[in-house]
Ligand binder design. Structure first.
Ligand code: SF4
Length: 424
C-alpha cells in the first residue's frame, strides 16, 4: 500500500517528507557521534518510531507536532555530536588558518568526519606530506587535538561544489569522509587519486575501509600515492579566522554584551547552512556584503564560503563573521542565543537582536531548520530554492505557525529584518 492510499492530504504527505529529511540529517550526525563512541538510544528509538509513523495515516495537527519533535531530536543529536567532538578533540579555539599552498605533496580531506581526519594525520606524520582540509573539514583546524599536528597545514579551496576545478589543481590524493560530492567530469584527471571512506562512495572511486591491527582505518594507500604527486598549485593565499563555537563565543560574552548594550552591534544575523553551485546562491554573498557595518554574521556549514573571504572587518575586536564550524555546529548558535536571552533578561528568544537567514540544500540543513523551529525561533528566512516537498500549502502553514519565509531580494529581505537599505 503506497503513501497516496492513506494520506489523501498532500500537505500531510509533505509534512512526512519534512520529518523524513530531518531524520536523514539526524542519522548523519548520529553516525559521526557514534564513530567517536557517543550514542543516545533515545535518538535511535525516535528514528524508528518516526519511520513507523510515516507508514500510518496521520492528520495535520499530529504531523505538525511530529515536525517539532523531530526538531527536538535535532537539537539533541547536535548536542551529542558536539559532546563527542569536544570530548575527543577539545573545545574549538580561535584559529587563523592558511588558505595558501606549501611546497610538500599534499593530501586533501573533505567531508565532516573528524575521526577519519585524525587517523590520517596520525598515519601520515613525519613523512614529508602536508594535509589540507576542504569545504566542511575546515573547522578541524580549531580543535586543539587536531591542530597540534604540524602537517595539518591549511584549508585548500572552497565549498564542496567547487571540487571539479579545485581537485584538478590540488595535484595530490583526496579523501572523502562524507558524500557532499560532485560526480567527476569524464575527462577529470583526478579520479584515480580520489578515495572514499565511511558512508561516502562514488562508482569508480576507491573505497577504503580495511583496518590496521590497532583498529584504525588503513590509509597507507593514500599516503603512498601522495609521495608520488607534485605539491598543490596555489589558488589563493592569506589566512581566515575560525573557531567561534559556543564556548569560545561565550568566553567573549562580556565584550559582546557590552557591544550590544552600547549599540555598537545592532544585530546578529545567523547565515548558517549549505552552499551549492547555482547562481542564485550569490544572494548570500550579496546579502553579507550589504549588511550594515554594525551587524555580525554568525555562520556554520559551507554556506560561509560565499562571504568568509570578503574581509568584512570587526567591531571593537569582534570579527564581523563568526564561524562556529560545520553545519552541526549551528547548535552553537542555539546555545549562544539562549545564553544571550538570559544575560539580557528577555522573556522570549525572539526579542533578541538575532535574525536567521538559512541557506537550505540537503538533509542536514533541514534538521538544523527544524531545530530552530523547536527552539521557538520565528521569522526565519530560508532559500534560495525550496525543498521539493514544501508544497504551497505547507509553506503557508509553516509561515503562519512559525513565521518561516522564503528569501526575496537582498534589499527587501534586509528591510524585513529592520536593517534599512544595507551597507552603512
Ligand atoms: S553544509 Fe551542507 S552542503 Fe555543505 S558540506 Fe555540509 S552538508 Fe554538505
Amino acid at each position: 500500500m503506497g503513501v497516496l492510499t492513506y494520506d489523501k492530504d498532500e500537505d500531510v504527505r509533505a509534512l512526512k517528507q519534512y520529518v523524513l529529511y530531518g531524520l536523514k540529517g539526524i542519522a548523519a550526525y548520529a553516525e559521526h557521534a557514534s564513530n567517536l563512541g557517543h550514542e543516545d538510544p533515545e535518538i535511535f528509538a525516535f528514528m524508528e518510531e518516526s519511520l513507523a509513523m510515516i507508514g500510518r495515516a496521520m492528520d495535520r495537527d499530529a504531523m505538525l507536532a511530529w515536525v517539532l519533535r523531530t526538531g527536538e531530536f535535532g537539537v539533541r543529536v547536535m548536542a551529542l555530536l558536539d559532546q563527542a567532538n569536544t570530548t575527543a578533540y577539545g573545545k574549538p579555539e580561535i584559529t587563523r588558518v592558511s588558505i595558501g599552498a606549501g611546497r610538500n605533496p599534499g593530501i586533501l580531506v573533505s567531508g565532516h568526519d573528524l575521526k577519519d581526519l585524525e587517523q590520517l594525520l596520525i598515519q601520515s606524520a613525519g613523512q614529508g606530506i602536508d594535509v589540507y582540509t576542504h569545504s566542511e573539514m575546515l573547522p578541524a583546524h580549531a580543535y586543539p587535538q587536531l591542530k597540534k599536528y604540524p602537517h595539518l597545514v591549511g584549508n585548500y579551496g572552497n565549498a564542496w561544489h567547487r571540487q571539479l576545478e579545485e581537485f584538478e589543481s590540488f595535484n595530490g590524493p583526496i579523501l572523502f569522509t562524507t558524500n557532499c560530492l560532485v560526480p567527476p567530469r569524464k575527462n577529470a584527471t583526478y579520479s584515480g587519486r580520489v578515495f572514499t571512506t565511511g558512508a561516502a562512495g562514488m562508482p569508480g572511486w576507491q573505497h577504503l575501509e580495511r583496518k590496521l591491527a590497532d583498529g584504525r582505518k588503513d590509509f597507507s594507500q593514500i599516503i603512498a600515492l601522495a609521495k608520488t604527486c607534485p605539491p598543490p598549485r596555489e589558488i589563493e593565499n592569506g589566512k581566515i579566522t575560525i573557531g567561534f563555537a559556543h564556548d569560545q563565543v561565550l568566553a567573549l560574552a562580556d565584550k559582546i554584551l557590552a557591544a550590544v548594550k552600547s549599540g555598537a552591534i545592532r544585530k546578529f544575523v545567523v547565515m548558517s547552512g549549505c552552499d551549492a553551485r547555482q547562481h542564485s546562491r550569490e544572494y548570500y554573498r550579496e546579502f553579507a556584503k550589504n549588511l550594515p557595518a554594525d551587524t555580525v554574521i554568525l555562520t556554520s556549514g559551507c554556506a560561509k564560503y560565499r562571504y568568509n573571504k570578503l574581509g568584512l572587518g570587526d567591531i571593537g575586536g569582534i570579527p564581523r563573521v563568526l564561524d562556529a564550524g560545520q553545519c552541526n555546529d549551528s547548535y552553537s548558535w542555539a546555545r549562544v542565543a539562549l545564553a544571550l536571552k538570559d544575560a539580557l533578561k528577555l522573556e522570549d528568544i525572539n526579542q533578541l537582536p538575532i535574525v536567521f537567514n538559512i541557506a537550505w540544500y540537503e538533509q542536514k540543513a533541514v534538521i538544523v531548520h527544524l531545530a530552530l523551529l523547536y527552539l521557538g525561533i520565528r521569522n526565519t528566512l530560508i532559500g534560495p530554492t525550496l525543498p521539493g516537498f514544501l508544497t504551497p500549502g505547507l509553506l503557508k502553514i509553516v509561515g503562519e505557525k512559525f513565521g518561516v519565509r522564503t528569501i526575496t531580494t537582498v534589499d527587501q529581505d534586509m528591510k524585513s529584518f529592520g536593517l534599512g537599505n544595507g551597507a552603512g
